[in-house]
Write a protein that binds this ligand. Structure first.
Ligand code: ZN
Length: 399
């Protein structure tokens, strides 16, 4: 079964009538065959069309050798049927596909880089070039000359040649097909074998905008958008940048420099904050140490802080551990609450073991070393009792 492909000669055909020549049940849906179709089946990097066949929406269009299968969720009426193409989607695909031919040709002309694959996604498209040495200036130069071809509004022509004729021609992309070959020609710029749908003049591509380049194993992947997509991407970029500019109260052009400066300022502030927290912790540690009672030659600092009262808790524990013959039992309320046990470095108690006994009794969990242990997850209302237990256990240990 061979389907006549109307899009081969007229990419602008949006509606057509055709005879249904076959319907096959496929799972919950149907594969419908027509004598002719304007629907494009997924092929050569270009996604399949959408639209309606009769009143039934098209789920997909697939190549089956010479035939085109239309996938529908419901069975259409027999006989002659009207096909209507989702033109917005199709025209977008035409802009991307012709844009790709122009961009690929520009890379070949400017750097002798060959396009080895093309993928058209929902958001953007990519081509893979056959070298991982393509530089950013080279990409920009290719983008420039591709857009010149767009602005010159050159005709895009379709013709058919025999396999023998094309073998003598200099095609950017040779055909892999047998028999008659469909050629897409961009006047004085590109000649490729291609079965895709294209705009009739390069001006309709609108704009070719490169978005990204990546070097991957022996290749360079270039991401680009054309036409309506280029407009939407550029608009979104502008809105994003304008948002950032508003945040920074700066003109758009100053955003990167200002963001960099703010980053540096923030890092400097954090460095100073750390230093001040360290100093504050030392004062607090001295205060706590001096006012703590001595039991069996050991100064026991027992203190419960309110949530958020002590941003320098780690510094404080560290500073306390610097004093001799001391054990610190510190709790911080909050959700969850935290317990911090520490002793003078190399002291005779075991903080990890002490914490374990306390959390077994009051809930939560944690761990650490002989000198320092940290736990959390217990109810904040139990912090005070947990610290009292820890102190009494310590007294028991010392006895
Ligand atoms: Zn193509």
């Amino acid at each position: 079964m061979k389907t006549e492909r109307l899009y081969y000669t007229d990419s602008y055909l949006r509606e057509f009538e055709a005879q249904i020549v076959g319907i096959a049940q496929a799972g919950a849906g149907f594969r419908v065959y027509l004598d002719r179709t304007a629907f494009y089946p997924e092929s050569g990097g270009q996604p399949a069309d959408r639209g309606r066949l009769g009143e039934v929406p098209l789920l997909n269009v697939e190549n089956e050798g010479e035939a085109v299968a239309h996938l529908l969720g419901a069975r259409p009426a027999d006989g002659v049927v009207r096909g209507v193409i989702d033109w917005k989607r199709r025209f977008d695909h035409m802009q991307q596909h012709t844009g790709q031919h122009i961009l690929s040709a520009a890379f070949e002309k400017r750097g002798d880089y060959k396009t080895v694959s093309f993928h058209m996604g929902d958001e953007s498209s990519t081509i893979d070039l056959d070298s991982d040495r393509v530089s950013r200036p080279q990409v920009q130069a290719a983008e420039e000359s591709a857009n010149e071809v767009v602005f010159e509004d050159r005709p895009v022509k379709i013709c058919f040649k025999s396999e023998e004729e094309t073998s003598a021609m200099k095609l950017r992309k040779p055909s892999e097909r047998k028999g008659e070959v469909r050629l897409v020609e961009i006047a004085d710029f590109d000649l490729s074998a291609c079965g895709g749908t294209h705009v009739s003049r390069t001006g309709a591509v609108g704009l070719i905008l490169v978005r990204k380049m990546d070097h991957t194993k022996g290749m360079t992947r270039v991401e680009f958008v054309c036409g309506g997509r280029a407009l939407r991407k550029a608009r979104n970029d502008y809105l994003t940048l304008a948002d950032a500019a508003l945040e920074l109260s700066a003109p758009l052009v100053n955003v990167p420099a200002l963001a960099r400066k703010r980053g540096e300022e923030l890092r400097e502030s954090l460095r100073i904050r750390e230093k001040l927290l360290g100093q504050l912790a030392e004062y607090r540690a001295r205060e706590l140490f001096d006012s703590a009672p001595v039991k069996n030659g050991l100064r026991i600092v027992r203190k419960a802080f309110a949530a958020g009262e002590i941003p320098e808790i780690k510094h404080l524990i560290n500073a306390l551990a610097g004093f001799p013959a001391m054990v610190a039992l510190v709790g911080v309320r909050g959700r969850p609450a935290g317990l911090y046990f520490a002793q003078s470095r190399g002291g005779g108690c075991d903080m990890a073991a002490l914490l374990k006994r306390v959390t077994e009794r009051f809930g939560g969990k944690g761990g650490g070393t002989r000198d320092s242990a940290q736990g959390g997850g217990l109810e904040e209302s139990r912090i005070e009792d947990a610290l009292i237990l820890a102190e009494s256990l310590l007294a028991g240990d010392a006895e």
